[in-house]
Design a protein around this ligand. Sequence first.
Ligand code: FES
Length: 153
Amino acid sequence: MPKPVTPAPAPLLPISEVARRSGVAASALRFYEERGLIRSVRSGSGHRRFPRAVLRRIAFIVFAQRIGLSLEEIGAELSRLPADRAPTGADWSRLSRTWTSRIDARIAELERLRVGLTECIGCGCLSLDRCQLANPGDRAARLGPGPRYWIAD
Ligand code: FES
């Protein structure tokens, strides 16, 4: 009877290779690791070695940051992935399912900010022609400091 073949362990990548492939600086990768967002193992010489699946995790982190998630929120999302194996497509799909509303909210916010570039934002400067109509006498200041029409409460 033939002996079962055990697959060779997947090769681990040095941090320079991960930085090259992900487009994320090694310093940022070390920061992500310090924050517990990614994990490495140490080689005999003490250098970081990453599993190939970390590339998808890093892409997720970069994307999540771009849609406005904080590192704490990203960490919470990533903690929902299995720790004992590389995440599958189904795992990633489950994670991103809740993101549609988040992305929609971000798009709406960016639309509001874009409009605000040429409109009165209620910052108290009263410098645009429109300010006297939109924010007469700096009425927006009653709502608090900063550009009140930009800040969604
Ligand atoms: S833009 Fe500043 S108060 Fe109108």
